[in-house]
Design a protein around this ligand. Structure first.
Ligand SMILES: [Zn+2]
Length: 168
């Protein structure tokens, strides 16, 4: 399980380029829902099984794709009926990205059973230890700053171009 900071930072790096052509007032709410999806599997399982180890079997259900479908559906129902489907899709996309990132890490106690309830087989690449991933946080933050500066430059160039067209 990469830390939550890594989950959110990588989510940002993946999600933001898709929003470049849209207005920020429309993209920020769903981006936030996407981030929520990326942290929910850990937030709904880790604290509970650390504090109350006997609950591990139950709460680890939320840390599997099928269990997360139930959680995403439950959370999406809190949204306005006009946007709940978009909210559900963003929660699910965030959750699946979470499981994908978890798959790259060496699992200490358990991994991602992608095919549960059909199979308990754990799938993963086991490329990194949990502690190794923490060293990459400055890299994620640097990439985010560079990306946001690039997006700022592109937006500003577009605005200048549209003002010039308006004046001609
Ligand atoms: Zn996780």
């Amino acid at each position: 399980m990469p830390d939550l900071m890594t989950h959110v930072a990588i989510s940002h790096l993946i999600k933001r380029p898709f929003e470049l052509k849209q207005e920020s007032s429309k993209t920020v709410p769903m981006r936030t829902v996407f981030y929520l999806g990326t942290i929910l599997p850990d937030v709904l399982s880790r604290p509970f099984y650390i504090l109350f180890p006997v609950t591990r079997e139950w709460v680890s259900l939320y840390h599997h794709p099928v269990g997360f479908i139930l959680i995403a559906t439950l959370f999406a129902l809190f949204f306005d009926p006009t946007i709940w489907k978009r909210a559900w899709m963003h929660l699910m996309a965030g959750g699946m990205l979470h499981f994908l990132l978890d798959s790259f890490q060496k699992q200490i106690a358990s991994g991602i059973a992608w095919l549960w309830p059909f199979s308990w087989r754990i799938y993963g690449y086991g490329l990194m230890e949990a502690g190794d991933i923490l060293h990459y946080i400055p890299l994620w933050i640097s990439l985010i700053i560079i990306m946001e500066m690039g997006f700022y430059y592109i937006r500003r160039k577009r605005q200048t171009h549209s003002v010039k067209e308006h004046l001609v």
